[in-house]
Design a protein around this ligand. Sequence first.
Ligand SMILES: Nc1ncnc2c1ncn2[C@@H]1O[C@H](COP(=O)(O)OP(=O)(O)OP(=O)(O)O)[C@@H](O)[C@H]1O
Ligand SMILES: [Mg+2]
Length: 289
Amino acid sequence: MKEDQAAVDARPAGKRAGRTLVAREQRTTVGQIQVDNPRMSCRNVDVYYNFGEKQAINNICLDIGKNEVISMIGPSGCGKSTFLRCLNRMNDTIEGCQVQGEIIMDKKNIYDKDVDVVPLRAQVGMVFQKPNPFPKSIYDNIAYGPKIHGLVQNRDETDELVEKSLKRAGLWREVKDRLDQPGTGLSGGQQQRLCIARTIAVNPEIILMDEPCSALDPIATAIIEELIDELKQEYTIAIVTHSMQQASRVSQRTAYFHLGDLIEIGPTDQIFLNPLHQLTEDYITGRFG
Ligand SMILES: Nc1ncnc2c1ncn2[C@@H]1O[C@H](COP(=O)(O)OP(=O)(O)OP(=O)(O)O)[C@@H](O)[C@H]1O
Ligand SMILES: [Mg+2]
């Protein structure tokens, strides 16, 4: 049962339903960082910007479970996007950004020197906050990646994959008669589904989403959330969101970040109803962020 907000606010810091919370000063992660069936395991991940001048995330250890949806939440600037970008080495594209530690997938550290980031970024795809279709037709937005990665050999195979990807992203019905028109001409919500279809088309296993609904209206958001729920049958999804309601609706586990530290990780219900750390409690009750 949800507590009355006034009752939550009146409760003395340090206690939650009679339990003692972990003190604000303690910055080691509370909760189960490991899962039974990990798809990726992050160990001691540090990220620095400006050639080491600024540390953005500190010693993060976290498993991402196969076929789970995991949310990353926390106040602005706490390192959610930075952490997400570690998972497919997108931070490599930022000058002066350095990543340390290990991210193990298939028994290999994705930061090993011999890892080719091009197939890695197909396997671990990313959807951004602002939909960013290529300045190409709807068809070519989807066909481009599979062609580059050699997943299709001829027009028939390409047609089939374009249709399948758009269907999976729940966009086919709306665009099947205008595939030759520019992707940028779609509505924001449609563009975001186009970007999801484009990510799916290259056969990823993991999809990273950085606030994928923050530029969308509630209806488009609901469509994307339904889609996330369906996609988790086949994919592993890590999503950054500022909406606690969204995290509650779509994810099974939630990670709470604060000033570069992973403070708490646990089942989503527990994080929002019965957190173990005072900083998580502060955030979900609106005392911080
Ligand atoms: N390219 C960059 N160069 C230097 N510092 C950066 C860069 N990107 C992020 N930072 C810094 O790293 C820290 C974490 O930023 P990050 O963008 O990961 O936070 P966030 O949790 O995603 O925030 P938001 O909720 O606002 O998106 C912040 O202090 C930010 O200023
Ligand atoms: Mg961010």
